[in-house]
Design a protein around this ligand. Sequence first.
Ligand code: ADP
Ligand code: MG
Length: 245
Amino acid sequence: MSAPSTRSVVDARGIGRSFGEVEVLHGIDLRLEAGEIVALVGRSGSGKSTLLRVIAGLDDGFTGDLDVHGSRAVSFQEPRLLPWRSVRKNVTLNLKRPDADGLGVRALAEVGLGHRLDAWPLTLSGGEAQRASLARALVREPDLLLLDEPFGALDALTRLEAHALLTSLWREHGFAALLVTHDVEEAVLLADRILVLEDGRIAQDIAVPVARPRERGDARIVELRERILGHLGVGADVPEKETAR
Ligand code: ADP
Ligand code: MG
């Protein structure tokens, strides 16, 4: 169940970002509709995290026009949990609402961590920590979820579980999501649309015309994956270290 598709959550026009002499993003136009999952792929260093941080409101050094309609929440590759706070306290950190704790408990239950509410972050597995990070984003009831390589550090099986979880959370909540990933298969399985970032520009904007749930062996999925890998060049991206700061 996705939200109505005529309302935009992100309207970005002519976004540019330079660091010193280096122009990382040039003239990016990007529109995200409510409830839409858009994957952003590109080689390491192509500017994916830079664009995500601009849209997340974490970087105001950009040029161009950015309109975001609604609330945003971000989750990164490393879960960024504070080790001296319990999982439930991490999830509701800075959430100034009287019902914050109840919302946190509910979000943790939704991501399958209802039994780890009072656990310390360092006792969680990688997959659990990532789910706690998703719960922390979810508890803010975002219209737009910004995910920077959220599953990049997980082992293959845990990553598949995380994909299923993201899909079910999206069905339940109907947020729009911008998913930065170097994993083209992940992009093709999860997204409605895939953007290929190249030389600081959106070089391709490809709709995924396959209904969910999608099978990785589906011929259309395989074909699309090959096509996008072709756009990225041989070997595509290599797994990268998290560079967001
Ligand atoms: P990606 O996420 O696609 O791997 P990034 O957006 O992290 O790429 O980085 C794109 C380019 O911008 C890289 O060359 C990176 O070194 C540079 N860059 C990113 N953030 C900064 C920064 N704060 N200061 C200087 N250079 C940066
Ligand atoms: Mg990055």
